[in-house]
Design a protein around this ligand. Sequence first.
Ligand SMILES: Cc1cc2nc3c(=O)[nH]c(=O)nc-3n(C[C@H](O)[C@H](O)[C@H](O)COP(=O)(O)OP(=O)(O)OC[C@H]3O[C@@H](n4cnc5c(N)ncnc54)[C@H](O)[C@@H]3O)c2cc1C
Length: 567
Amino acid sequence: MTETSSSPVSHATLGVPFTLTSGAERMFPTLTPAQVERIAAHGHLRQIRPGEVLVQPGDQNVPFFVITTGGVEIVRPSSANETLVALYGPGQFTGEVNMLSGRPALLRVRVSEAGEVIELDRDHLLALVQTDSQLSEIIMRAFILRRVELIAHGLGDVVLIGSNHCSGTLRVKEFLTRNGHPYSYIDLDRDADVQDLLDRFRIAAADVPVLICRGEVVLRSPTNQQIADSLGFNEGIDQTQIRDVVIVGAGPAGLAAAVYAASEGLNVLVLESNAPGGQAGSSSKIENYLGFPTGISGQALAGRAYTQAQKFGAQVIIAQRAKRLACERKPYAVEMDDHMRVPARTIILATGASYRKPSIENLPMFENAGVYYGATFMEAQLCRDEQVVVVGAGNSAGQAAVFLAQTAKRVHVLVRGSGLAESMSRYLIRRIDQNPAIVLRTRTEIVGLEGNNHLERVRWRDNQTRSIEAHDIRHVFLMTGAVPGTQWLDGCVALEENGFIKTGPDLSQDDLAAAHWPLARTPHLLETSLPGVFAVGDVRSGNIKRVASAVGEGSIAVSFVHQVLSE
Ligand SMILES: Cc1cc2nc3c(=O)[nH]c(=O)nc-3n(C[C@H](O)[C@H](O)[C@H](O)COP(=O)(O)OP(=O)(O)OC[C@H]3O[C@@H](n4cnc5c(N)ncnc54)[C@H](O)[C@@H]3O)c2cc1C
């Protein structure tokens, strides 16, 4: 049970720039004297004077302060004025999730009333949350809720100027959002007083998207990597030391591996080319992941996993693509976009897959709300006795059509080519031909999807006659194949014909001979044809395309990493 005393005065959010959405006492808890004493054992006492600045925005590796007497205010400075974000008094503490990652501070911490604080550096804070489960619960929850509140109110160190009609603006918004970074947004098309700002920073409308970082640095149409560099996402991460395990990809599989490996004492570095969460991060609601009976958004799941990995000391490099695996000798090394090279005793490949998607304008709106990339029992239940569309001419499309025809009223198979003979197995073509519930529509493609919260109507075009038909169909299965994130591996590990990585028992004697497998033992489960290199989740041949299986594989691989490290 959580033991916190209630604060006699509400110190938090006076001068309120935002209204607290819920649970102020969880976001700004007041610790009991016994809890403060336990923290004091990890840090040292420091006298504070009114007006003294303890943390400036942009400071790195900021300390954690627990106020014992006096008071501290959290403000967001800007050129025109200052916004008071929170006030802390005795028993309360400063900080939010940046303190775990070592990223630069977003806000200023200034003394409002003379007194005394306990100061802990980041390493001691990490040791505290890793060893004291009661304090860990209180501190981690407060950090996460504070970050959520900062995001909700755009209280950070970045202003994005852009237009919702500009794809670059949408990319930057997505990158900041999926990395959980708070920002305020000014829309060129809607905000009347934007001209002043444009003049002050000499920005032309053609420059958008423009990012103003800490009121100083102006980035015009920046890449994700430039944004990550400017906001210090990867600062303080030593990229030269040899890691016990380097994990490539921070989707569910990579993050699970990071949490288990770091919590079991391994020195872990994760490389992610975009943002934590992978495919799951783009899902509006995951309803079949164990422990979340009302569902959880992919973004929330990814955010929690990312924070959990950092709590245990895993380091995550953002917006850096792994470009090459140096596999000729040990230690292996992963080379990245910016010519950095990270050496590793073992490697977990968790680069997932991306689905080939037809270019239909509002497709993302209907993903998981009528558009699916897999046809399992769960999806089949959703479209029982309804009409469905299956797009694709390969075996996965054929299998999906035959399977769905068992429960659906009618299955329309749409293919762009003139038939299936070149791309689908004969037995499936025969089953499709013989099944009266399946209609094959060749030289046909989807040109429109309509609906509000769920897909309701599909328009497709017959490319021979150019005629367009609209049908009230609520379920579309895009079975046009997934592309695994393995192009950069360049022959280091054995792949199956579609490019997915072979592991463990899937590796034949021929595969091992071709790879010059050097050990007396056979590869462990999830181990590739290169000893000490593992593959987990959607990038692995025979994967299950589920968050739970990706998470499971990430955690299983860590137990074999231990075995390899002790070999
Ligand atoms: C819209 C949508 C909804 C879904 N809904 C559900 C659901 O409800 N339930 C369910 O169980 N499953 C669902 N899935 C499937 C599930 O999300 C995936 O099975 C799961 O995310 C696979 O996890 P992964 O970590 O193996 O790979 P991914 O999620 O694909 O993550 C791979 C990560 O690796 C990174 N990466 C790739 N290449 C490199 C490189 N060279 N260097 C560095 N990083 C790299 C990528 O940026 C990505 O972040 C859904 C998928 C989608 C697309």
